[in-house]
Design a protein around this ligand. Structure first.
Ligand code: DQA
Length: 148
């Protein structure tokens, strides 16, 4: 059995469904978790789906992932634009990393146009709404299957 794919969700994503639904849609985080797990199962990969509002907790998860995951899908949310510390942690990861955003940050306010995380990312998926999560799971399954 291959190692799981870790999906990390950053701050405020626990509020999906009610948070600015015109931008982020009406799907809740538990619904999205179930959809990702189902898609992962179909594609033969285990999904470990997490959310935290704490930068320190996310960094700890990335450290643990160094040895334990086959890939990371990360929506760092606002930490995308602020966190050199998350970038430094991701730079220790040898496995593929997909940076994911529900919206297209490049169409939004200028402060969202810069991403620290992109420097560590294998690929970037954004602007597809919450469907981007399933697209990311599919893409990661393709990469992981090809590598094994
Ligand atoms: C986001 C985009 C970020 O700019 C924002 O801070 C978020 C969500 C997205 O998924 O579109 O919290 O990462």
């Amino acid at each position: 059995m291959t190692k799981p794919v870790l999906i990390i969700n950053g701050p405020n994503l626990n509020m999906l469904g009610t948070r600015e639904p015109h931008i982020y849609g009406s799907t809740t985080l538990p619904q999205l978790k179930a959809q990702c797990e189902e898609r992962g199962q179909k594609r033969g990969i285990n999904i470990d789906f997490r959310q935290s509002n704490s930068e320190a907790e996310i960094i700890g998860w990335i450290h643990d992932a160094i040895e334990t995951v086959s890939g990371i899908i990360i929506n760092p949310a606002a930490f995308t634009h602020t966190s050199v510390a998350i970038l430094d942690a991701l730079n220790m990861i040898k496995q593929p990393i997909i940076e994911l955003h529900i919206s297209n940050p490049h169409k939004r306010e200028p402060f969202r146009h810069h991403s620290y995380v992109t420097f560590a990312a294998t690929a970037l998926i954004c602007g597809l709404g919450v469907n981007g999560y399933l697209v990311s799971v599919d893409a990661m399954a393709d990469i992981v299957t090809e590598q094994s």
